[in-house]
Design a protein around this ligand. Structure first.
Ligand code: UGA
Length: 432
């Protein structure tokens, strides 16, 4: 099937590449000619395992084409997926829908015959209907269209397999004609199809991310309590998570969640609820707990180091999670800021994200080429992102170059006994 994607961020580019990979002909619309030229040359604009290869393969095969011209993409396509950003409006926490509505206006101008316009961006209930109103106003009289809300559930770092083999995909439509067309384009995608009305699909997306964020904050609250009562949170959550009704996923405590989705979507769902007269207290607490984990981590540094002025801390990992170079809302940004304010020297190392990090972290943060280099002469090591590479660190070699052998493990990635037996002081999150 011929399909178009508007936007080539994480969601747009990954989904477009996967849909091309399974045999569709795919156009992707972007705004910047320079970026589009690079994409047409098969060059990925961000790091995601497997994406560069998939992109190149499909561009070379002529199944994946990038353009700045809506007409070129929309006219031949049966389904147009809107995958543009919906950032937080700082004053209200609401999703800013400017880009969604702007792309709907452009799509509308090129509708012809029957097409389905499908919103993949995360948008508040009611947005698809507004997109429909815009399309209705702009389109030529003979054109007809269906609407579909098809939210995205991929995770950065495992985006390709999440898109090819999701647990489920959700299709919210008003008509069977639109539903069947969107089902058809998903025929090579695994997972259970959940079909529903548009508002239901829109809310499923927010409810999913809010539920996952709630699990993380719950795990973090139990970590705080574990420390106070002398329990080991890892064992507590293992014991809890083995109950199949609960599960262990997304119960990993640490410095809290970051990224471009959970912080934004939790805020947006609180704002949506407020608009409908409901105070979503639970989610407000989820946010508060999440923020507190960063300060709690800095408190641990203070406890270990004593007088922080002039001391050096090695931050291992700065990306918001492993296997990505994404720094959006990364806990490392906030933590580094707090440590610098305490007069510490911050030396950071990340296997992939340093180039992006250098443009968003304080200019006082120094970047090292390796973990060992970051740890050289450091008073303390702080683990902020649980990259696999850090699991394989040679603790003996690390200990030799450090001033003081202290590891504060913000992701509980190490076995405390192993670290202690290498002569280090080990501090985790909630490991009382
Ligand atoms: C998240 C959702 O998992 C995806 O399903 C969704 O499609 C995506 O948002 C989105 O809305 O676009 P993502 O932000 O890429 O995906 O990454 P996650 O793996 O969910 O991690 C988010 C944050 O939570 C990271 O900072 C991670 O370190 C943290 N986290 C995750 C924890 O602190 N503990 C956990 O147990 C799990």
């Amino acid at each position: 099937m011929n399909v178009a994607f508007i936007g080539h961020g994480y969601v747009g580019l990954v989904t477009a590449a996967v849909f091309a990979e399974v045999g569709n002909t795919v156009w992707v619309v972007g705004r910047t000619k320079e970026k589009i030229d690079k994409l047409n040359a098969g060059i990925a604009p961000f790091y995601e395992p497997g994406l560069a290869e998939m992109l190149k393969r499909n561009v070379d095969a002529g199944r994946l084409k990038f353009t700045v011209d809506y007409k070129e993409a929309v006219e031949p396509s049966k389904i147009i997926f809107i995958c543009v950003g919906t950032p937080t409006t700082p004053s209200t926490g609401e999703a800013d829908l400017t880009q969604v509505f702007a792309s709907a206006t452009e799509i509308g101008k090129h509708l012809d015959g029957y097409k389905v316009v499908s919103v993949k961006s995360t948008v508040p209930p009611g947005t698809n209907k507004k997109v429909g109103e815009i399309l209705g106003r702009v389109k030529k009289e003979s054109a007809t269209f269906g609407l579909a809300s098809v939210p995205e559930f991929l995770r950065e770092g495992s985006a390709l397999s999440d898109t090819l083999h999701p647990d489920r995909y959700v299709i919210g439509t008003e008509t069977n004609e639109a539903r069947d067309l969107v089902l058809e384009v998903h025929k090579s995608i695994d997972g259970k199809a959940v079909t529903c009305n548009i508002e239901t699909a829109e809310l499923i997306k927010y409810a999913s991310n809010a539920m996952l964020a709630t699990k993380i904050s719950f795990g973090n609250a139990i970590a705080i309590l574990s420390e106070k009562v002398g329990a080991d949170v890892e064992k507590v959550l293992e014991g809890v998570g083995l109950d199949r009704r609960i599960g262990r996923n997304f119960l990993y405590p640490g410095v809290g969640y970051g990224g471009s989705c959970f912080p934004k979507d939790v805020k947006a769902l609180i704002a949506i609820a407020k608009q409908f007269g409901y105070d979503f207290e639970l989610l407000r607490a989820v946010e508060t707990i999440n923020k507190s984990m960063r300060s709690l981590f800095v408190e641990k540094v203070k406890q270990q180091v004593g007088d922080t002025k002039g001391k050096t801390i090695a931050l291992l990992g700065v990306a918001f999670k492993p296997d990505t170079d994404d720094m959006r809302e990364a806990p490392s940004i906030d933590i580094a800021k707090q440590l610098l304010a305490l007069g510490m020297h911050v030396v950071a190392y990340d296997p992939i994200a340093m180039e992006v990090a250098a443009s968003v972290m304080s200019s006082e943060v120094v970047f090292a080429k390796t973990a060992i280099q970051a740890a050289t002469n450091a008073d303390v090591i702080a683990i902020i992102t649980e990259w696999k590479e850090f699991r394989e660190l040679d603790l003996e070699a690390l200990g030799k170059v450090m001033k003081n052998k202290i590891i504060i493990d913000g992701r509980n990635m190490f076995d405390p006994e192993k670290v202690q037996s290498a002569g280090f002081t080990y501090v985790g999150m909630g490991r009382g």
